[in-house]
Design a protein around this ligand. Structure first.
Ligand code: 13P
Ligand code: SF4
Length: 369
């Protein structure tokens, strides 16, 4: 099980009540007092009111790596969700401590798979196909316990930016890839590899026997996808794309690969958050860009690219509610606590688990290409 540092588990933010401008000043004062002892990492989906405090912004993997590289800092404050802070803890230097301003900042997608149901699925699969070499792959958006499981069973972690390379590697290692927890990223990756995106078999953990999959299909197919999804990216639809094209002829539609397959198929391009940011910057002035990903990132791209019309495919979307749990008051509380010499909300992965999880992350880093 994932563990928190002693004394940190119940630390609820004593959220200061003050007008935003005052909080901002207090947070900056605490930040300045901490100097280079602290590095602040911010995921692209974070709210505007906190992202300005990030020394480094990026996707989940880039942030985990950059935290470990910032060895001048013994404190790593993570503006993101729990699985990201865990990955930062797995990769951190020995003298570093990772802090998350709200330990309740989870991820719907990561929580679609837990270690108990994955272990059960693994036993069923390995018992049903004793001669087959099954390689487990987990998306970065998963708990440290699942990353450790994968590390222990010869598999690797992947992100939306390198899923194709990871799938190809896993298919070379064995004859069946078992991917969790995002069915949609798995399907979109199969399509990128030139496969029929509907050929992978879906494993539905709510079904007791073989995840509800047909045994003959399981025997014949090479990819098994866990039935999990992101509740933000599955709000995008083909109809929204059609409407965007009607309203803005020539619009470039870019979807994150956590979107369902029909949406990615109808889009012009798909890619990770880093890819989306790069593409919006590259497009010529005057372009219209409709984006299928979290609202905070799209709104920031809109502000940063005033020469283009940048908008979210789903105009009525709620930003990711777990990412949004990191607010200015909680950040102020965390920074002021750190400046006062207290270290609240430490995220600490059990040592043995961290060792296996690191192996799975290292295998990803060593992927060819
Ligand atoms: P990235 O790792 O691509 O930033 O994605 C994280 C995420 O939560 C996407 O929904
Ligand atoms: Fe998780 Fe989706 Fe939020 Fe990303 S956007 S953190 S995958 S719930």
């Amino acid at each position: 099980m994932t563990t928190l540092a002693p004394g940190a588990a119940c630390a609820l933010p004593e959220v200061p009540e003050a007008p935003p401008e005052e909080l901002r000043e207090r947070a900056w004062a605490a930040r300045r007092a901490l100097g280079t002892r602290l590095v602040v990492l911010g995921h692209h989906y974070q709210k505007h009111e906190v992202i300005e405090f990030a020394d480094i912004t990026g996707d989940s993997f880039l942030l985990a790596r950059r935290g470990a590289e910032a060895t001048h800092a013994d404190l790593v404050l993570f503006l993101g969700v729990y699985f990201m802070a865990e990955a930062a803890d797995v990769l951190r230097a020995p003298h570093q401590t990772v802090v998350l301003p709200d330990l309740g900042a989870g991820c719907h997608l990561a929580e679609c798979a837990d270690i108990f149901t994955v272990r059960d699925a693994w036993s069923q699969l390995t018992d049903a196909f004793p001669g087959r070499r099954i390689v487990p792959l987990t998306y970065m958006n998963s708990g440290a316990d699942l990353k450790a499981f994968v590390g222990e069973h010869g598999g690797a972690v992947c992100t939306s930016g390198n899923a194709e390379r990871a799938f190809r590697w896993a298919m070379d290692q064995g004859d069946m890839v078992f991917f969790f927890p995002d069915e949609h990223l798995g399907r979109n990756t199969a399509a990128r590899m030139g496969m029929d995106p509907w050929s992978p078999v879906v494993w539905d953990a709510r079904r007791a026997v073989l995840g509800g999959a047909d045994p003959d299909r399981l025997a014949a197919e090479r990819i098994v996808l866990w039935k999990g999804f992101c509740n933000v990216h599955t709000t995008f639809t083909v109809r929204q794309i059609d409407e965007a094209r009607e309203r803005h002829p020539g619009v470039v539609v870019i979807a994150h690969p956590e979107c369902p397959r029909p949406v990615v198929e109808a889009a012009d391009e798909d890619g990770s958050t880093e890819y989306i940011i790069r593409r919006v910057r590259e497009l010529p002035a005057g372009s219209a860009v409709a984006i299928g990903t979290d609202w905070n990132l799209v709104d920031r791209l809109r502000i940063q690219n005033p020469d283009k019309t940048v908008f979210c495919l789903n105009e009525h979307i709620c930003p990711c509610i777990t990412m949004n749990r990191i607010t200015l008051p909680k950040l102020t509380w965390a920074l002021e606590s750190l400046a006062a010499g207290e270290v609240p909300n430490v995220v600490r992965v059990d040592e043995d688990m961290a060792r296996w999880a690191r192996l799975a992350l290292d295998r990803m880093l060593a992927l060819p290409g």
